[in-house]
Design a protein around this ligand. Structure first.
Ligand SMILES: *[C@@H]1O[C@H](CO)[C@@H](O)[C@H](O)[C@H]1NC(C)=O
Ligand SMILES: *[C@@H]1O[C@H](CO)[C@@H](O)[C@H](O)[C@H]1NC(C)=O
Ligand SMILES: *[C@@H]1O[C@H](CO)[C@@H](O)[C@H](O)[C@H]1NC(C)=O
Ligand SMILES: *[C@@H]1O[C@H](CO)[C@@H](O)[C@H](O)[C@H]1NC(C)=O
Ligand SMILES: *[C@@H]1O[C@H](CO)[C@@H](O)[C@H](O)[C@H]1NC(C)=O
Length: 445
């Protein structure tokens, strides 16, 4: 059943009223866009240039003052080798002899391509392939290193392949993929636990350190499948995907009878430590990776996990427009604060909506089209509306019933409106865009 929890609650009359209201709102927004207000051409150009200016301000200063260290400290124009500090709130076990992994450069590769700067992209790729090594005595957070470094290398590789004809002299020979594979193989010892749940911390050179903490978070175990899965598909070495999937399945098996998970757990015993959880810190990307894994790999298993987890969140954490924390065992509210990391949730809902029940294939396609276009252009909007009208006529002629079509329109327009909240998580959307559009080709689906 792929019905969002609120879909069948709308009584027909109320449903029509809402649909009409949305139509009116959307038509108004589109008119504003056409006449130059709102997201009209002038404003879009202004914002485009502002984004370029901001990107190059950050990138150029990083390259000048911090590269090849990990990150720029902008006030002092110095650097920090932060890979071993990420997620390390008490700054424990910091390495003495680690000079950075050019982390910001790796993370900027995909942005350089999106912004059309292939020359700089190529320069970065060649530097990394000649100079980056992971044979360093540094204890790093598996989750952070996965999403930032491994993810950056893999998306860089996919883009380099995609644009290989624009790159000079065929100098790109999968070097980023080789780096990604080297890094991924250093992750594997973290998974060697009785439960298959990975340690949160690993030393890149020496593996799991003596007396390493066995406590980790739900995000730490449940946000690995995209990068490690892609690495397996790209290299043909199934170990990465298998390790991440085993951890995810184990984590999912630890859910309560309410389909809720906790926030922290022990990787040796597979027992929860913190039973209270929400959709913010420590858990957030677990939900995000479930739906993205479904989009990327197409396996129903990810959909089923996502759908059950999603419904449980809506049922137990949601209170009006707010999401609080609750005890996974009882569903009773524990903490009532709103936290910044929860901001990704509307974006996740938009990603999930195209897969909910009751949408016709054409509508799914339209929503995907609309979702994976960074800003809704007026042209897209009108195209969509025309297609909708065409399909209403077609459906009516074929006796499919008007309600079904209106429901589709309702969802499409709802998505457009919800999409504005995605601006909160542009990075996530962009990565999703590339994962979705580019990797589908690589995976041959
Ligand atoms: C890091 O830089 C220092 C100072 O330049 C150097 O002595 C050390 O060998 C470098 N460490 C590594 C692992 O390259
Ligand atoms: C690419 O980036 C480099 C470094 O910031 C800059 O010098 C160059 O002008 C950029 N090229 C384009 C086409 O934007
Ligand atoms: C690798 O680093 C060295 C030292 O910084 C530099 O001279 C060299 O040009 C780099 N390699 C590439 C391909 O950029
Ligand atoms: C690990 O813990 C044991 C027992 O507490 C202690 O004797 C040993 O020194 C610790 N090892 C390290 C490397 O901290
Ligand atoms: C029109 O509707 C029929 C019945 O649902 C469907 O089979 C057909 O593909 C539709 N035509 C187009 C062009 O979408």
């Amino acid at each position: 059943m792929r019905s969002p929890p609120w879909s069948h609650r709308l009584a027909p009359a109320r449903f029509f009223a809402v649909a009409l209201l949305l139509l009116a709102l959307a038509a108004g927004a589109a008119a504003a866009a056409i006449t130059g207000d709102g997201y009209g051409r002038g404003r879009r150009l202004y914002m485009r240039n502002k984004v370029l200016e901001m990107f190059y301000h950050a990138y150029d200063n990083y390259m000048t003052y911090a590269f090849p260290h990990d990150e720029l400290k902008p006030l002092t124009k110095s650097f920090t080798d932060s890979l071993s500090e990420l997620g390390n709130l008490n700054l424990e076990h910091l390495p003495n002899d680690y000079n950075g992994s050019a982390l910001t450069l790796v993370e900027s590769l995909s942005s350089l391509v999106v912004l059309g700067n292939l020359t700089e992209f190529e320069r970065g790729v060649l530097w990394l392939s000649e100079n980056l090594t992971f044979d360093v005595d540094a204890r790093i957070n598996l989750f952070e290193c996965n999403i930032r470094l491994l993810g950056g290398l893999i998306s860089g590789h996919i883009l380099a392949k995609e644009y290989s004809s624009h790159l000079k002299d065929r100098l790109y020979q999968d070097q980023l993929l080789h780096l990604a594979e080297n890094l991924g193989s250093r992750f594997l010892p973290a998974f060697e636990t009785p439960t298959g749940l990975p340690y949160a911390w690993i030393n890149l050179k020496h593996g799991v350190m003596e007396n390493e903490t066995t406590e980790t978070s739900t995000s730490g175990c449940g946000s690995l499948i995209l990068e490690m899965g892609a690495l397996s598909r790209l290299t043909g070495d199934s170990r990465y995907e298998a390790a991440a999937l085993r951890a995810l399945r184990k984590l999912w098996s630890m859910r309560s009878s309410l389909n809720l998970v906790g926030t922290t757990l022990d990787v040796l015993t597979g027992k929860w430590i913190e039973y209270s959880s929400g959709i913010g810190a420590g858990v957030d990307s677990f939900y995000e990776y479930l739906i993205k894994a479904y989009v990327l790999f197409g396996s129903e298993e990810y959909w089923d996990m996502f759908h059950s987890a999603y419904l449980a969140v809506q049922k137990y954490f949601r209170h009006g427009p707010w999401y609080h924390e609750a005890d996974m065992r009882t569903g009773e509210a524990t903490h009532w604060q709103l936290t910044s990391l929860q901001a990704f949730w509307p974006g996740l809902q938009v990603c999930g909506i195209p897969y909910m029940d009751g949408l016709s294939p054409y509508c799914r396609m339209l929503i995907m089209h609309c979702l994976f276009t960074p800003v809704i252009m007026p042209r897209h909007f009108w195209e969509m509306l025309l297609l909708q009208i065409y399909h209403i006529v077609n459906f009516t002629m074929y006796g499919k019933g008007l309600v079904c079509c209106l429901k589709d329109i309702f969802w499409t327009l709802g998505c457009c409106i919800l999409q504005k909240s995605i601006i909160l998580y542009v990075q996530s959307l962009l990565s999703l865009h590339f994962i979705f559009i580019k990797q589908l080709k690589i995976l041959g689906t």
